[in-house]
Design a binder for this molecule. Structure first.
Ligand code: NAG
Ligand code: NAG
Ligand code: NAG
Length: 532
């Protein structure tokens, strides 16, 4: 921060003004100060000349003292304090995440926390003021709290390196993860992204999927917003209604908005391919130019890794809901008898062989009564599990079996990280080349099409021979824990870094210029003109 300091007088005056403004609460008080001063000056006219001379002398003495003790500009620059230290609250407890920061960042974070603590006593901590009747305001509460922290760090010159770079999370799945603990693929991705941005000290604002609020947030700090992650529509308005155009100068520039979809190959940004952000990479021979930010697949730590040869002959079926075995979900094996038949064959070769699953019926009571669904015979249900229990059961298995749904799930990546091969059903067109996964009609996991045996077994949907053969082979061919290089923390951080440090405005300007001249470089379905 550069300081322009004209004279010690004006510093003293500005500071006094600033403090009275802050401490006593706003403009009214500051105006009152000015009025008091005027009154003082007016009444002093009536004083006798002796007193006036004394005052004059006193002023000279005070001024010379100030000039004499005037700190050099470099002193002021090196001090981060703009507010007196009495503004810091001594009793603030330092949260553990601050303790682990690098020394510079930690020092700033602690000073800032102490300033902020003083301020926070004036703000009610509970965002749930209206409860159900008033709607959920928790995302606004979070964002406004973060904006206050920004104001404090800017005013006290204690901002961390990346703090004045702001990311707005405006996708409904971000919200579901942050406020309802949603841990589907998008939730896991949100957790990875937030962890990294937090570690690097970025300011993260929450906006549900509320485009009106995103406009409002953006316009308070247009120069600090790095990017907005959202979908084009939401429960409260759409991007189109808030977008910057020639006529709507305060709109959100399209080049700052990244259209998020967990699944790759969606081209819904109006700017260009790279403004579509995905969590899975998919599979293609051609280089595609969307922004890929993986979620992090970590080497397993809890539970402790059990070598495959010490595990029971247990095949874990990937299916959270019982309906995945039934027709509406297009199961890979429509004949549900296949599980018992396979079990009867395989238990002769592999002692104690079992199919296990952790699933439940998530349909409502009426649906359950009208169309009862049972788990196919030959499968043991472990029931609904939390993440830790799921990983414990998975780590105690030797194979993960896909039955068609869900596609592109994080779970097969987790399985591989535990040394468990994945059986992935696929289908073909008449003209497909079995050796070329890009020509296949469907696959349960497009990203994992890049892997082959003994990591991933691609089996034709509905083919019982291939089904049993793959399980047999996978059970007798143990693998070491494996993480696809695309999904490691290293790669995740590299991709987030690249996204944060790309000059998106310059890129968009080139695309726009070309577009206006009739030269199109992007593949989106919705590309169009926009204002920079
Ligand atoms: C600031 O962000 C960059 C990525 O843009 C990161 O490499 C760097 O480590 C961050 N700084 C700190 C202090 O974490
Ligand atoms: C991706 O970008 C490169 C370099 O600009 C370009 O050559 C390539 O055609 C683009 N890919 C697609 C699918 O547009
Ligand atoms: C099932 O797979 C086996 C082995 O690959 C193959 O010989 C057979 O033709 C397939 N059956 C069908 C109906 O595709």
């Amino acid at each position: 921060m550069k300081l322009v300091i004209p004279s010690s007088h004006s510093i003293a005056y500005n500071f006094k003004y600033y403090f009275s403004f802050l401490v006593r609460g706003g403009k009214k008080e500051a105006d009152k100060d000015k009025a008091d001063k005027k009154q003082m000056m007016a009444s002093s006219k009536g004083h006798n000349s002796g007193l006036r001379r004394l005052l004059f002398l006193l002023m000279i003495v005070v001024t010379s003292l100030v000039v004499f003790y005037r700190p050099s500009i470099s002193d002021i620059k090196s001090s981060p304090y703009f507010l007196p230290s009495s503004w810091q609250s001594a009793s603030t407890t330092i949260p553990p995440e601050i303790q682990t920061l690098i020394p510079n960042e930690r020092a700033m974070a602690i000073k800032q926390l102490k300033y902020a603590a003083k301020l926070e006593t004036k703000f009610a901590p509970n965002p749930n003021w209206g409860g159900r009747d008033h709607g959920r305001e928790d995302y606004k509460y979070h964002s406004e709290n973060e904006l206050r922290k920004l104001a404090v760090c800017i005013a006290t010159d204690t901002c961390r390196q990346n703090q004045t770079s702001v990311i707005i999370l405006g996708h409904i799945f971000n919200h579901f993860h942050l406020y309802e603990g949603y841990m589907g693929g998008e939730g896991i991705w949100t957790a990875s992204l937030v962890e990294t941005l937090t570690k690097w000290g970025y300011t993260i604002l929450h906006a549900r999927d509320d485009w009106v609020y995103m406009w409002y947030l953006y316009n308070q700090i247009p120069g600090m917003v790095k990017g907005i992650i959202a979908w084009r529509t939401g429960q409260f308005g759409t991007f189109e209604d808030q977008m910057k155009t020639g006529r709507r100068q305060h709109g959100i520039p399209a080049w700052q908005f990244f259209v998020y979809n967990y699944f790759p190959d969606h081209y819904t940004s109006i700017v260009g391919d790279a403004w579509n952000m995905h969590s899975e990479f998919g599979y293609s021979h051609e280089q595609r130019n969307f922004t890929f930010i993986p979620y992090v697949v970590e080497p397993a730590t809890t539970p402790p890794y059990i070598p495959a040869v010490q595990r029971p002959n247990q095949v874990y079926i990937l299916a959270k809901f019982v309906r995945y075995f039934y027709n509406g979900a297009q199961p890979a094996w429509e004949d549900r008898g296949i599980f018992l038949r396979a079990k009867q064959i395989l238990e002769k070769e592999f002692p104690g062989f079992e199919f296990v699953v952790g699933c439940r019926d998530d349909r409502n009571g009426d649906q359950q009564k009208q169309n009862p669904m049972e788990l196919p015979a030959g499968i043991r249900n472990l029931g609904q599990m939390d993440k830790v229990e799921f990983e414990r059961q998975l780590a105690n298995s030797r194979v993960m079996l896909g039955i068609g749904w869900p596609t592109l799930s994080p779970s097969p990546h987790v399985a591989l990280s535990l040394g468990i091969p994945f059986i992935s059903p696929f289908s073909v067109h008449g003209w497909s080349d079995l050796e070329d996964p890009e020509t296949w009609a469907s696959s349960q996991h497009h990203t994992l099409k890049t892997l082959t045996e003994p990591y991933v077994y691609h089996v034709l949907r509905g083919n019982e021979t291939q089904f049993i053969d793959a399980i047999r082979k996978a059970l007798s061919t143990p693998i070491e824990p494996f993480i696809l290089p695309l999904m490691t923390r290293d790669h995740h951080e590299k991709q987030v870094n690249k996204w944060l440090n790309t000059d998106w405005k310059a890129k968009a300007a080139v695309i726009l210029e070309n577009r206006k001249n009739g030269r199109e470089t992007e593949n989106g379905n919705e590309i169009g003109e926009f204002a920079l």
